[in-house]
Design a binder for this molecule. Structure first.
Ligand SMILES: NC(=O)c1ccc[n+]([C@@H]2O[C@H](COP(=O)([O-])OP(=O)(O)OC[C@H]3O[C@@H](n4cnc5c(N)ncnc54)[C@H](O)[C@@H]3O)[C@@H](O)[C@H]2O)c1
Length: 248
């Protein structure tokens, strides 16, 4: 029997107080990683860490990914608690949906900042630590929205497409340092972010999914685990779609 996939590794996951990030944290802990939950919601991050078994296995750290000092502090807290980061998952995200006619400049900036600046901060700062140790895996959360563009999401689609370009550029910069950078592009996944959608929007999306159902957060987590672990040792700069076949 092969051992656990992330034995003794330090994994930092942003936006992991709930949803997809929390599912990734849970699965990584099951695979014997020690996990640092970085989230702008400090109370929820602490609660999530406690749920994962407390300070031996997981800690919560308040971190706004748009603030590079916060991301430095997050990685420093990880090193203090468990050792230098081996796996970085840039998952924190928000939506501010509106058609272009009504979207405010602030709604545009907020989404670009959290996704693009946030993922850039997490990627470059984790990469700086990993390159010294000649190993590491970075997993970025893109979205199907970045591949096809979605109505009401000019901000989010731009940010998620940007994450694909950033992932590939970073993968090329880091490959010879032993650091892999890949992305996951989920489709419709059941979480707080999507359950806020009106029923009509759900039904419309459901009709586009060959597998005929939404995905579960655990089904994104398993793909993140694959990209974080040695199972994907010869993969970098890829985007793995987790969509039930939607927009293949
Ligand atoms: N749910 C889906 O269908 C879906 C589909 C494709 C991609 N995604 C992406 O997956 C990721 C997770 O989505 P989710 O559905 O779990 O969302 P969610 O809203 O359930 O969780 C997002 C988490 O990010 C945190 N967060 C928000 N802004 C932050 C910031 N500035 N700094 C740190 N943390 C911050 C929130 O507090 C929250 O805990 C996002 O990047 C999202 O865009 C989700």
């Amino acid at each position: 029997m092969p051992g656990p996939l992330l034995n003794d590794q330090t994994a930092v996951i942003t936006g992991a107080a709930q949803g997809i990030g929390f599912a990734i944290a849970q699965l990584f802990v099951d695979e014997c990683a020690r996990v640092v939950i970085g989230d702008v919601n400090a109370e929820a991050a602490d609660k999530a860490a406690a749920q994962l078994g407390g300070s031996e296995r997981a800690i919560g750290v308040r971190c706004d990914v748009t603030d590079s000092d916060d991301v430095d502090a997050l990685l420093a807290a990880a090193a203090d608690a468990f050792g230098p980061v081996d796996v970085m998952v840039n998952n924190a995200g928000i939506t501010r949906d509106a058609t272009m006619r009504t979207m405010t400049e602030d709604q545009f900036d907020q989404v670009i900042n959290v996704h693009l600046k946030g993922t850039w901060n997490g990627t470059r700062k984790a990469a700086a630590i990993m390159r010294e140790r000649k190993s590491g895996a970075i997993v970025n959360l893109s979205s199907l929205s970045g591949k096809v563009g979605m109505v009401g999401q000019t901000n989010y689609s731009a940010a998620k497409a940007g994450i694909v370009g950033m992932t590939k550029a970073a993968a090329k910069e880091m490959a010879h340092h032993g650091v892999r950078v890949n992305a996951v592009a989920p489709g419709l996944i059941r979480s707080a972010m999507t359950e806020a959608m009106p029923q009509k929007a759900w039904d419309q999306k459901m009709a586009e999914i060959p597998m005929g159902r939404a995905g579960e957060v655990s089904e994104v987590a398993t793909v993140a685990l694959f990209l974080a672990s040695h199972l994907s040792s010869y993969m970098t700069g890829t985007v793995m779609e987790v969509t039930g076949g939607r927009f293949m």
